[in-house]
Design a protein around this ligand. Sequence first.
Ligand code: GDP
Ligand code: MG
Length: 442
Amino acid sequence: SLSNRLSSVFDRLRGRGALSETDVLEAMREVRLALLEADVALPVVKDFVTKVRDRAVGVEVLRAVSPGQQVIKIVNDVLIEQLGGEGAVPLNINVPAPVPVLMVGLQGSGKTTTAGKIALMLRTKERKRVLLASLDTQRPAAQLQLAQLAERAEVSSLPIVQGQTPVQIATRAMDAGRREGFDIVILDTAGRLSIDEELMDEVKAIRAATNPAETLLVVDAMTGQDAVNTARAFNEALGVTGIVMTRMDGDARGGAALSMRAITGAPIKLTGSGEKLDAMEPFHPERIASRILGMGDIVSLVEKAAETIDREEAEKLAVKMAKGKFDLEDYASQLKQIGKMGSISGILGMLPGMGKIKEQLNGANLDTKILKRQAAIISSMTVAERRDPDIIKASRKKRIAAGCGMTVQEVNQLLKQFEQMSTMMKRMNKLGQKGMMRGGLG
Ligand code: GDP
Ligand code: MG
């Protein structure tokens, strides 16, 4: 996956405070490849890489994550932005009824199925009266296919009249819509295997006759490099107002979404995830972004780290650890940061190559609840005791336990834990110096 590749690029780079231009350029080679593999069209990839590079150069590297992970986070952020930000954009159907919605796209992209899905969605979720009309005179069974879908969605379909042109059917559909009080008229058009002038002229004429509120371009998520040509042609001829990505249930990497959005500027509104009529969801940029990157939890890890880790504090801690001067005060501040980030083994689980240390920690039984109690014990110690835990003998233990409402046994446990932790930190630090891992644990 891309995250693995970036990690390996950056494994070669160490001890940098900020991402340099060379670091980033090297990472961008991997990003470019990954996007192409995810079926993003070449011109879109180039543009995208430029955006990420501009943002990544000079960015501070958080101690808790590797530079590779940080670049992945930036790539993910830019992806989400380019895919249209966080939110889903609803269909624009708040215009006087009957609202014409035009489905366009290549043959087999899923127009007819999507028309049925949208009809079902509008009927059940928005209580709309929907009329489905097939303008597909190319394939003999196409109009029947839509009539059957309408039945399943429990909405009306325009009666089939042989020998009419697509524009004539469209006009008849809008008339019926007005006359019979429909809220929405979905116009399903014929596609071609590839863009041709005849197809475009036909759709343009339908558009001119009906003035649709939405012109939805339906695209198959599996579409590769051709996606750009398709999107550009439809958009130039018709002015696409929204995109529907179908077959997201397959193993498509989702790159077509990025291409479509970049070329048309139109929002991706819906995604299809199966042949059934209810297999359609609003578009979620974050999901497609992580699908393109295939990167699991890295992004959330970087986000958590950025939110919670105080870089300077971490720096100071690392220096202390290196000198073997890690004391209970440091332990307490470490506990606080770890507490903020959630369970320590959960965090380590997200970091590559940390399995062994995670096992040791699990052995030491460090869960969040215990960490909080330990922080409470430390808070009832004096500064002198925190700095030099060796002076904590029986009478001090009693006083500390009473101060935080815990038992002497628990105070003992903490002290033992601290000893284990500082031993482990020294060990980790040695590993770090040998170049086996970068920095400390935050
Ligand atoms: P059209 O030629 O653009 O009208 O495409 P159709 O709506 O006839 O769909 C072509 C095929 O793709 C049909 O077999 C559909 O069942 C299937 N299909 C459409 N949308 C999806 C989807 O989101 N996922 C899957 N797996 N199949 C789909
Ligand atoms: Mg069709």
